[in-house]
Write a protein that binds this ligand. Sequence first.
Ligand code: ZN
Length: 191
Amino acid sequence: MILEITKYGHPVLREKGKRIDRITPEIRQLAADMIETMYAASGVGLAAQQIGQPLQLTVIDVSQSEQPWGMTPSLPQPVILVNPQLLHPAGEQVGQEGCLSIPEVAADIRRAEKITVRAQDLDGNNITFECTGLLARAAQHEVDHLNGILFVDRMDAATRVSLAGQLKRLQKETLATLGKPSRLRRALAKL
Ligand code: ZN
């Protein structure tokens, strides 16, 4: 099932994901829906916060991208990462990044060129792989999401200033769609 992607301004995007201690049928279904949602949106990664669930769960698939990437050992994609951790960042890459939760915004972001990912898969097995290029970028972007960090937080100051108006508008639009919380906000503003 294709899920709705939460947009910038939604508070769940700022929540740190809860660790997943048990792979339940619901978690499996969620991962399957996240993969479907990611492909439908032509994304290369999606974090649980982006479908409204603050959990340590993300899916990535860069296999169709023309940008260079590497993975050792090579695992089939999409990769489903439960409770992922990033280790041994090395080198540096600067490249254009976007986010399905922040439409029409792109900026150059500095990331490690190479990083090791350690996580569990949906069978509870530990998986570890080293990745480079776009896959390393995607892993860092998604693990940031799982910690409530967005790529706009990593832009340089000048870029952030130039995008401030656009982000403010998007945040306002998102809050307006949140229904009850936004009505509460309006009520409080009158006091
Ligand atoms: Zn994102």
